[in-house]
Ligand binder design. Structure first.
Ligand code: NAD
Length: 283
């Protein structure tokens, strides 16, 4: 039976570390501050935004909240971002995705100053990640690395396989594993014989978006399996991209869904707020 990596426990550890870093800043008269922008009334986004604001409160990070109507124009959103870019006290800007269809997401993300891009989605930060020099790393991928490292799993020299090549998860996870000296292979929808590739993995990260995609016979005995997938099933329950019941019998380490990677994203966002705040204050 695999060791179950508890993302709830590890995310609280990280938030507690963030809290003490925020206290250190506060002792210097600096209050880390995150602006959270929500456009429209997507119920899932409302929950995410609420959780981000709660995490800020827990960590001692000030949050500025902007809840805009679904009719907000692209121009209006861009001018709010310009305002926050210029706002000295605001260290991070987070625009909750997805945005309503009439707003160009790319244009909006590009408008956020890279040093305030706490989601790590700006091409400048993605570029820094690819040369191993990023301060602001995409939160979910950075969370995966923390889960692996804090579980005592060594990445150096290990075969790491990432299933999925999206810009927000698959690619940055691969870059971060490479930066940790893993030997990285990325699989995607056009990969031939995924099972054979996955079976070679000492560390396997699934970010596919297909429930129970990774089966027991795709996993090497003792592997560390990180499940990024969040799939909402018809019964309302969440299901990962890994067939947990099968894979936990073979893996050495496994993350559950929910309670694995999910809680790490917000914890890493909080950490990025501190990173951004320190940098902006030349600390
Ligand atoms: P995406 O749809 O952008 O990318 C999916 C990737 O999987 C693509 O690169 C595609 O090539 C690959 N893929 C699709 N079908 C495949 C197949 N049959 N075989 C091999 N590869 C295949 O998704 P994403 O945004 O990267 O998200 C992936 C999953 O992670 C989703 O379930 C999403 O909900 C979840 N997610 C979780 C968090 C979190 O905080 N835990 C954050 C972001 C995304």
């Amino acid at each position: 039976m695999a060791h179950i990596i508890d993302g709830k426990v590890i995310s609280v550890q990280i938030k507690d570390e963030v809290k003490s870093m925020a206290e250190e800043l506060s002792a210097k008269g600096i209050e880390p501050c995150l602006a959270v922008i929500l456009v429209g009334d997507n119920p899932a986004s409302q929950v995410y935004v609420r959780n981000k604001k709660k995490a800020c409160e827990y960590c001692g990070i000030k949050s500025l909240s902007y809840e805009l109507s679904a009719e907000t124009t692209e121009e209006e959103l861009l001018s709010l971002i310009d305002e926050l870019n210029a706002h000295k006290e605001c260290n991070g800007i987070l625009v909750q995705l997805p945005l309503p269809k009439h707003i160009d997401e790319n244009k909006v993300l590009l408008r956020i100053l890279p040093e305030k891009d706490v989601d790590g989605f700006h091409p400048y930060n993605a570029g820094l990640l690819s040369i191993g020099k990023a301060d602001l790393k995409a939160c979910t991928p950075a969370g995966c690395i923390e889960l692996i490292k804090r579980s005592g799993v060594d990445i150096t020299g290990r075969n790491c396989v990432v299933v999925g090549r999206s810009n927000i998860v698959g690619k940055p996870v691969g870059m971060l594993l490479l930066a940790e000296n893993g030997t990285v292979t990325t699989c995607h929808s056009k990969t031939k014989d995924i099972k054979a590739v996955c079976k070679e993995a000492d560390i396997l990260v699934a970010a596919v978006g297909i429930p129970k995609f990774v089966k027991g016979d795709m996993v090497k005995e003792g592997a560390c399996v990180i499940d990024v997938g969040i799939n909402r099933m018809d019964n309302g329950k969440l299901c990962g991209d890994v067939d947990f019941d099968e894979v936990c019998k073979k893996a050495g380490y496994i993350t559950p869904v929910p309670g694995g990677v999910g809680p790490m994203t917000i914890a890493m966002l909080m950490n990025n707020c501190i990173v951004a705040c320190r940098k902006q204050n030349n600390l």
